[in-house]
Design a protein around this ligand. Sequence first.
Ligand code: HEC
Ligand code: HEC
Ligand code: HEC
Ligand code: HEC
Length: 459
Amino acid sequence: MNRRTRLLLLLAVVATFVCPAVAFGLGTPVQPGSATAAGFLPSSGCACHAARVTEWSTSMHAKSIVDTVFLTKVGEAQAEAGDSVAIFCKRCHSPIGNMTGDPNASASQVAKEGVTCMFCHQVTGLIGVPGNVDQLVDASLIRRAQLTNPAAPHPAAYSKLHESAEFCGGCHNVNHPTNGVHLESTYAEWKAGPYAAEGTVCQDCHMSSAPGVIGPSTGTACQGGAQRDNIFAMSFVGANVGQGPAEASTALLKRAATVELDIPGIVAEGTSATVTVTVSNTGAGHYLPTGLTEVRQMWLSVYVEREDGGKTTLGERRFGTVMKDAKGAYPAEMWNAAGVQSDDRIPPRGSISASYSFTMPSTAERAKVVAALLYKSVPDDLAAKANVENPTTEMAVSSRTVFVSAAAKGTASGTAEPIESTGKPGSVLPFVAGAVVLVVIGVIVGLRGRAHKDKTSLT
Ligand code: HEC
Ligand code: HEC
Ligand code: HEC
Ligand code: HEC
């Protein structure tokens, strides 16, 4: 072997190990210059799939690069950490912009469409562990999806990858570009949880015919096409009620969790009782909340509903993550994150219980104790900067009316709505606001540890 042959052989071996799929020519990674805009069609080119286009256009995928919440945060990232960070952010929110050397996604319609049809449908593989836009893309206008016999008027092919959670994981695992800290871990959370083991994938919950329906439905892939039993919606319903499909997102949030409230039925006036609240993640295939959990707002509010309609808070608890920077200061923005300061979330099919103290006021005969799980996409100050709607959604609620005595309870049992019908307005006012969160029982430390271990092993 001469030197030149040895060098070529060495290069071939390195290419095979470093990047097997590229070596075998299955597509090109998402990087500047790897495609031209002509390698993709905008959604208007998919008129045959009009229903799919309507579904997708309401989704956050269609808005990912024009979303003002995203652009506000990228603006801050760019000002603090420079252009390279902004390019990293936009690479996922507009992969076609990145590939076509147009990082701001201003030069072509396909780039402006963010996570659009022809990006997803030209993905052919993944490089290694899913995350940070590690897809391989074959921009040759062959549409790939789950249909084994696509009978389309355009080039089309079957793709097993499109039926898998790994397909979504290529973007729904976000790691810090320089230190690898997990900024979003939806795929890793799913992978470590019970739904992966059962074979229920992202598509089953986020692309089904309606929120709460799991799996494909019957229908046609395009107008006038053959009836099929494995059709999916391009709706990508999530939790963004303000900017995404409002009704469907609200319905999905209401399917995600349950709240149970336990308190003795009779509490003598002036004495205390313990309210135990258990929040369970019954519907999400990943942690609750998931995704951008340092920004998302999900919290439990336990309160007494006064007869004047007001509320006296017994306690509140936020579920989410807090990032810290390299000096240990927190909360840190995602681009400064060097570690996780705290992680208080509920794993798939897991529960968290918390106890609060309740004192029956001496002036009341009864009191209605309520526990509500609430969600909004972003803090109000960020929503205001980005000029978007940011409604609060009640995901789950549970309440119980407590009486001072068996006699009071007996009197009330004759009326339909005991709490609203009698009693002096404001009679439960003496409740002390924030009456002290007592203990957090049964935190699922074990399960969380497992997910963390899995997340670490994924880098
Ligand atoms: C985020 C990626 C993504 C985007 C964006 C996307 N799709 Fe899909 N699409 C998929 C996946 C994944 C499947 C297969 C689902 C499965 O089998 O689990 C699919 C399936 C399909 C199918 C096959 C038949 C069916 O309806 O199930 C058609 C047709 C389709 N998509 C059209 C479109 C059109 C048109 C758009 C744009 C308006 C679009 N898709 C946007 C990922 C995407
Ligand atoms: C090319 C990258 C990419 C791929 C592939 C991708 N996503 Fe996304 N997805 C995003 C981005 C970016 C956003 C956030 C857009 C925003 O809010 O600005 C998002 C948002 C979402 C949301 C909405 C979240 C909310 O807050 O309501 C859901 C649900 C979702 N994706 C599901 C999926 C599923 C299921 C798949 C696989 C079939 C998938 N995604 C594949 C990049 C991607
Ligand atoms: C068993 C059903 C189920 C499966 C499987 C599932 N999800 Fe979800 N997902 C939900 C529900 C319910 C919600 C709404 C509650 C929430 O925000 O977590 C949700 C929310 C989301 C959100 C929005 C989170 C937010 O607060 O902004 C994203 C993004 C998402 N899922 C992506 C995925 C991806 C990617 C996968 C696969 C790796 C997946 N989901 C698997 C049910 C599921
Ligand atoms: C590898 C893909 C990827 C990269 C890189 C990425 N994101 Fe995202 N981003 C997502 C996904 C997926 C979601 C949706 C998750 C969810 O719903 O919680 C999202 C959602 C967001 C949102 C919430 C938008 C809304 O309307 O609520 C903001 C803000 C955001 N990203 C900012 C950034 C910034 C800033 C960077 C760069 C530092 C960045 N992203 C880099 C994938 C990515």
